[in-house]
Design a protein around this ligand. Structure first.
Ligand SMILES: [Zn+2]
Length: 136
């Protein structure tokens, strides 16, 4: 007699499973469901149900290379957004201690101590010397 766990392992072998796109779609579908509780439109209901069907299809799919390519494409779009939002939140949480400025040459974001007024900064990445102004 096979246990339920072994049956599940056998069923899932060769199937794609979960990835970052899975969790993003799940989060989006649940978000749409929660919004639909207040708004109650059939469009949102169909959209969230369609997302759930897509999530189930992707995780049980045996075409692993295609699902992996979809996830790579998602990460190519998502990672820069994630990076920028992290910098944004750091700017807000460290507003009393640091200022963030972009190097005009290499575009790297530099974390500077608060030093009010105009002063020159040396980029540690490309050694460009440029002027920054901290007003507040
Ligand atoms: Zn630089």
């Amino acid at each position: 007699m096979e246990s339920l766990k072994n049956k599940l392992i056998k069923f899932m072998s060769g199937r794609y499973g979960m990835d970052q796109l899975y969790y993003a779609l799940l989060f989006l579908a649940l978000g749409l469901m929660v919004i639909n509780i207040k708004v109650n439109t059939p469009i949102l209901m169909v959209l969230s149900d369609g997302l759930f069907v897509l999530i189930i299809f992707r995780s049980f799919s045996r075409n692993i290379s295609k699902r992996s390519n979809e996830n790579d494409l998602f990460l190519k779009i998502w990672n820069p957004i994630k990076k920028e939002s992290r910098i944004f939140w750091r700017r807000i949480t460290e507003i009393k201690v640091h200022r963030y400025r972009k190097c005009p040459k290499c575009k790297k974001t530099l974390k500077l101590p608060i030093k009010r007024g105009k002063h020159r900064v040396n980029c540690p990445e490309c050694h460009e010397n440029f002027e920054v102004r901290v007003i507040i």
